[in-house]
Design a protein around this ligand. Sequence first.
Ligand SMILES: [Zn+2]
Length: 65
Amino acid sequence: MAYGGGYRGDGDRREPREFFKATCSDCGKECEVPFKPTEGRPVYCRDCFRKHQPADGGRRDRSRF
Ligand SMILES: [Zn+2]
């Protein structure tokens, strides 16, 4: 077991993840997604996916501690 040493590149290799080529609907960049792109549905690259993800879920009014 080659654990330790600070190398934690691909330690998570449970099952071979399939990647599908897709074109980002936002920036038009070619990207790979870990799911099969559905026709008619926008596919985002990693950058745009983060952009399009609701950062706070729109529940800002509930954050009153
Ligand atoms: Zn993009």
